[in-house]
Design a protein around this ligand. Structure first.
Ligand code: RIB
Length: 318
């Protein structure tokens, strides 16, 4: 059967095992709260984004580090089963990275990441993968790995004219924006405020300031996800708002990663950016309907059906 996508991506990023505690209310500093549930699932921003792109039909090669422990072996097998190319994924003498996640009754979360093997991904080890990055259709990177490895991967892609998407999460205040070129940066509202020092909600009124920041940081397109509010696409051409896909979320962990994986796949296919965001918004919304970062990541057909349904219900309302 033909692949539903022509996209071929390299994802450089983290792979974690998530320990997820379900609570009624998130703890405040100094609080102890009792969970009603604990589950263990595959996660990590890199792994989640690779899986999202693979389920959207892209050919995906994952670069990163797993530990030489049972979690690492299970994670590799899981990615292989999902069709992600793991031939250049390192196994290192370490424990696999993990994340402690607390999710409340409204689906809000708090996450603490323990890097483990992810922390051993170095610039030189990425340099050894130059040939793989140089032939990619697109490079997708996040910042949950040592910054030097993220920057090295981006520099190789820049030299090879491979488009780059950076999901600048978690924010690293030392990221050397002016040393690299980025075709698209994806952030949420808090990250946008922290990185650009501006309020996303008022982007249209302060367009010149946003444009200045994008030029200074060598970013072509900035995408700001805002939960139930419209996603913003900011570039030298102005601001475009793309409505979020309406759902009642159960668990928002991994929604941003689902967005990034679908965004990268659609962008690599050459889809126009507002349409790319419509696909990514719908996929991210569907991802929130199940618990766990990867459990709810939809397949391309499901996203297509959700978009078709949305179109026909808005036609009925009109
Ligand atoms: O973005 C969600 C992810 O953040 C989780 O899967 C967790 O592992 C942390 O990396």
């Amino acid at each position: 059967m033909a692949r539903p996508s022509s996209a071929s991506l390299v994802v450089v990023g983290s792979l974690n095992v998530d320990f997820i505690a379900g609570v009624s209310l998130l703890p405040k500093p100094g609080d102890t709260v009792v969970a009603h549930q604990l589950s263990k699932r595959f996660g990590g921003k890199g792994g989640n984004q690779a899986l999202s792109a693979a389920r959207h039909g892209a050919q995906v090669m994952m670069l990163g580090c797993l530990g030489d422990d049972p979690d690492g072996r299970d994670y590799r097998n899981h990615l292989r089963r999902e069709g992600v190319n793991c031939s250049a994924l390192n196994t290192v003498r370490s424990v696999t990275g993990c994340a402690h996640i607390t999710v409340d009754a409204k689906g809000e979360n708090q996450i603490v990441v323990i890097p483990g093997a992810n922390g051993t991904l170095t610039g030189p080890s990425i340099k050894m993968q130059r040939a793989r990055i140089a032939v990619a259709g697109l490079l997708l990177v996040q910042l949950e790995i040592p910054m030097e490895s993220a920057v090295e991967a981006i520099k190789i892609a820049n030299e090879s004219k491979v488009p780059v998407i950076l999901n600048a999460s978690p924010v690293n205040p030392d990221f050397p924006w002016n040393e690299v070129r980025l075709d698209a940066v994806i952030v949420n509202e808090n990250e946008a405020r922290e990185i650009f020092g501006l309020t996303p909600g008022a982007a249209a009124q302060h367009l010149d300031s946003w444009k200045e920041r994008l030029t200074a940081k060598r970013i072509r397109h900035l995408v700001i996800t805002r939960g139930a509010h419209p996603t913003l696409l900011i570039s030298k051409n102005g601001v475009i708002e793309v409505p979020a896909h309406p759902v009642q979320p159960v668990d928002t962990v991994g929604a941003g990663d689902t967005f990034a994986g679908v965004f990268a796949t659609q962008m690599a296919e050459g889809t126009e950016l507002p349409e790319v965001i419509r696909w990514a918004n719908a996929a991210a919304a569907l991802a929130t309907l199940k618990h766990g970062a990867q459990e709810g990541i939809p397949y391309r057909g499901d996203v297509q059906s959700a978009l078709t349904e949305m179109k026909s219900s808005s036609r009925t309302r009109a």
